[in-house]
Ligand binder design. Structure first.
Ligand code: SAM
Length: 268
């Protein structure tokens, strides 16, 4: 038991601390840090992942919001390696600037984190905004969220998150982690997922904003046909010109179909 940390877990900050050595080792193995990698951990908490990563890699940058954890984390980290702690909200951290600083000459950062579950979607979208600066991401999330991220058309859980992430990244669910691996134990299973942003040349989306608008509108009313859900965004002629059926529903349309429609709209 680490006596450096005396604070109880804060629910509003999504604090479920990992304690199962086997699960922690599996995450570190999945990340497989290599010399020269610029690793950034989101939400180090009490260091469950931070310290093993430091022992393997020597140095890393971590972003933690909870002020009460900053001093004990810095103190405990010294025995394991060099920790640079960014004290604040991960959503306010410019990953592109961080990559330019940590990995100059076009290098990218690698993101790792057992994410606060209440913020997982905003963090994923924030990372997506900086996808060109990120080499890969290994995140622990609620299993249900990982299922949504990786789902394909026809699945009940295929939605905005699936389409937005898969247009920009390869999404690979890795393994499930049971509630007992955390303190306090969450109510649901968790899962670790790997996201690898596509090289910019392989991203087919012409205009991010148009694409995001089309996907948001299409899934905003997922029970409606595309013709109705996209009212005001794309008319039937455009929908059909993109090779889609206007009477289909968003959950039946593959990622490439949304990309074609958005590119057509962005083209004027
Ligand atoms: N990595 C630790 C572990 O695995 O035991 C802690 C994981 S806990 C699920 C999530 C961590 O994210 C907590 O330490 C929490 O304080 C931190 N956190 C919550 N909101 C944050 C934010 N907006 N920015 C940075 N860290 C945040």
């Amino acid at each position: 038991m680490n006596t450096t940390f005396t604070e109880p877990a804060k629910k509003h900050l999504g604090q479920n601390f990992l304690h199962e050595r086997g699960e922690i080792d599996k995450i570190v193995q999945a990340v497989d840090p290599q010399p020269g990698d610029a690793i950034v951990e989101i939400g180090p908490g009490q260091g469950a992942l931070t310290f093993p990563l430091l022992r393997k890699h020597g140095a890393l940058t971590a972003i933690e919001f909870d002020r009460d954890l900053h001093a004990p984390l810095q103190a405990a980290a010294r025995a394991h390696g060099t920790l640079r702690l960014i004290e604040g909200d991960v959503l306010g951290v410019d990953f592109t600037a961080l990559a330019a600083e940590m990995a100059p000459a076009g290098g990218q950062i690698r993101l790792v984190g057992n994410l606060p579950y209440n913020l997982s979607s905003p963090i994923l979208f924030h990372a997506l905004d900086h996808a060109a600066a990120v080499r890969d991401m290994h995140f622990m999330l609620q299993k249900e969220v990982v299922e949504r991220m990786a789902a394909g058309p026809g699945s009940k859980v295929y939605g905005r998150l699936s389409v937005m992430l898969q247009a920009y990244c390869a999404v690979t669910p890795l393994f499930i982690v049971p509630p007992g691996a955390f303190r306090p134990a969450p109510k649901v299973d968790s899962a670790v997922v790997r996201l690898v942003p596509k090289p910019p040349a392989q991203v087919e989306v012409a205009d991010h904003r148009t694409f995001a608008n089309v996907v948001r509108a299409a899934f905003g009313q997922r029970r409606k046909t595309l013709r109705n859900a996209l009212n005001g965004v794309a008319d039937t002629a455009r929908i059909e010109a993109a090779g889609l059926r206007a009477d289909a529903r968003a959950e039946q349309v593959e990622v490439a179909g949304f990309v074609r429609l958005a590119n057509l709209l962005a083209g004027g």
